[in-house]
Design a binder for this molecule. Sequence first.
Ligand SMILES: [Zn+2]
Length: 206
Amino acid sequence: MQLRFECHLTGADYVTQQGWLSATLPCCPLHPHGDCGFARHGTYERVSPPGTRVARWYCPEGHRTFSLLPDCLAARLSGTLSEVEAVVRAAEQAPSLEALCKHQRLDIELPGALRWVRRRVQDVHGALHRIKGVLGDTFANVAPTLTAFADHLEVEPVLVALRGIAAAWLDVLPKPLGFAPRRRRGRSALPRLQHRAGPDPPGCPA
Ligand SMILES: [Zn+2]
């Protein structure tokens, strides 16, 4: 299970400063009162940026692993949120995705490049739609694009900022912003969004 590591480092600084060493998870998200053997469980490596590691914990009673993903990194996608944002914002400004793909992913053929760009645009715009659903007061009149969200919030890069702004809903927001499990074909995550009662993220009791 992925959890948010509130971290203001860029991807490059996270690697050079070994940001994973500063990640802490003081108690088990499943058993906040302890007595479950919860302990640090090393790190796992990510391909990009090179040298990236993510801190991990394990609860033997719940047979669950927890990893603390820093705000700079995309969830379940290689690389950083800022890299994803650059692609999506370029797509929002481009006359067409085909035109954009002439400059993106020159290493692969056009159909592959189109899929690569489209997947990122759909995932990010899907997350923005859902954020509008749960934070309607804040984003009621804002189009579900990164350009519009950045203008409204007056912040760059906006995806990294949204990890904090939408922190309470990361477990229902899709990758690469949120940590929601993959949606099964034909099933919507929407009911869970609507039934969600409180903004408390997993963590220790107050
Ligand atoms: Zn536990």
